[in-house]
Design a protein around this ligand. Sequence first.
Ligand SMILES: NC(=O)c1ccc[n+]([C@@H]2O[C@H](COP(=O)([O-])OP(=O)(O)OC[C@H]3O[C@@H](n4cnc5c(N)ncnc54)[C@H](O)[C@@H]3O)[C@@H](O)[C@H]2O)c1
Length: 269
Amino acid sequence: MIDPTKDTVLITGAAGAIGTALRVGLRAGWSHLRLTDARPIKDPTPNEQAIVADVGDRAAIEKMMQGVSAVVHLTGVGADYSLEDLFRVNVRGVFDVFESARLAGVQRIVYASSNHAFGCYPIAERVSPELPPRPDSLYGAFKVYGESILRNYFDRHGIRSVSMRIGTYRTLPIDQRSLATWLSPGDVARMVDASLRHPDPGCLIVNGYSANTRIKIADTNWDFLGYKPKDNAEDHIEMLRSKGVDVDGPWEWPEHGGSHARVPERRPR
Ligand SMILES: NC(=O)c1ccc[n+]([C@@H]2O[C@H](COP(=O)([O-])OP(=O)(O)OC[C@H]3O[C@@H](n4cnc5c(N)ncnc54)[C@H](O)[C@@H]3O)[C@@H](O)[C@H]2O)c1
């Protein structure tokens, strides 16, 4: 277990959407948070130390890793970025952060993976993390790469980790699909908090969703992790209806990855 009163937790990608939600959700319970991002990190509180650095700056990453017990690795670019950005941030950046963590003796890594790691499974299949990955895009394939490095670091170096296959992180659900895949700000903080506090998660993969009525995945690992989601996208259905979202019609996307599994993949160069 990582000690919330004594241990330092490094959060990468801390200026982003999920990073900002984690700062709000973890601030009260965690005494030593180190935050990093390429963008400035706004208004650090006394228990937060902010470091502006690009994930490509290996020396800076190694330096900020000193004295850290756990890393929450959120830095990443989305599927709409260039292949070059994906390689630089989601492949090389993941390696440099994980490897710097290993060299610094970090005990635990919590990793922002994605539902696009299994996005090619038909929506009718209740996918659990025990099934083999079926990425729906290069973005999804690179998330699986991050998960498999963590597997190797567990088997070879004993580093404990939790990979969160996040669905749709937003302040509120945004469309029909997110009624199933939404992960709320409060629940992402609860999931990371549970991932850090668990005495021994081994090398765990969990689906990162709220307690949505329309959930279409099966995940026995929530109980093991001690993750107790409190939010449900269904509570926002009237808001979606009022915006003209078709929440009552037939299910829009045939695969778990939604549009990712249907758009033409960008051509590798
Ligand atoms: N939001 C979602 O629905 C969702 C779903 C699945 C997985 N994820 C993953 O969760 C993580 C966080 O997502 P988010 O929604 O907060 O994204 P975000 O874009 O809001 O935050 C990502 C942060 O990474 C930082 N970053 C990007 N490139 C960098 C670089 N070269 N060096 C240093 N920092 C850099 C950005 O400045 C940004 O603050 C990502 O890895 C993403 O792939 C998000």
